[in-house]
Design a protein around this ligand. Structure first.
Ligand code: FES
Length: 149
């Protein structure tokens, strides 16, 4: 039995320790806001925060997250930065198909938590691992600047 701290709650999962965190979140804990894209750490759709650091949950064994604070898209708007990012995303109508956007938001929140006024270059560097097949990159960048105001 694995014990996790997910979104401020103690959760238990009867899974193999090597199971990717993504599948424990989605299949065991029913937190389906975190998406599966590539399964290889390449697209960013599965991004969650582990102790505040954006991580690819598809590539992280659940055992590596034991004892750490896991935050998913379901509660990212509980904090001030998450609220600002969510509001900016809505105001600038960022989303197109939406599939990658929970990962985009998680990476944007992590960026703003460590850099309150990111430059375009800072944003591009921080977000480069989050792919969007609808190419909403220009709106994502604008929304991050909006959230930083
Ligand atoms: Fe994890 Fe693509 S699904 S990086």
């Amino acid at each position: 039995m694995i014990t996790l701290n997910v979104n401020g709650r103690r959760q238990q999962a009867d899974v193999d320790p090597d199971t990717p965190l993504l599948w424990v979140l989605r299949d065991t804990l029913q937190l389906t806001g975190t998406k599966y894209g590539c399964g290889q750490g390449l697209c960013g759709a599965c991004t969650v925060h582990v102790d505040g650091v954006p991580m690819r949950s598809c590539s992280l064994p659940v055992s590596a997250a034991v004892g750490k604070k896991i935050t998913t898209i379901e509660t990212v708007d509980a904090g001030r930065i998450g609220k600002a990012v969510q509001a900016a995303w809505e105001k600038l109508d960022v989303v197109q198909c939406g599939y990658c956007q929970s990962g985009q938001v998680m990476s944007a929140v992590a960026l703003l938590a460590r850099n309150r006024k990111p430059s375009d270059a800072d944003i591009d560097a921080a977000m480069s691992g989050n792919l969007c097949r609808c190419a909403t990159y220009v709106r994502i960048r604008a929304a991050i600047h909006e959230a930083a105001k």
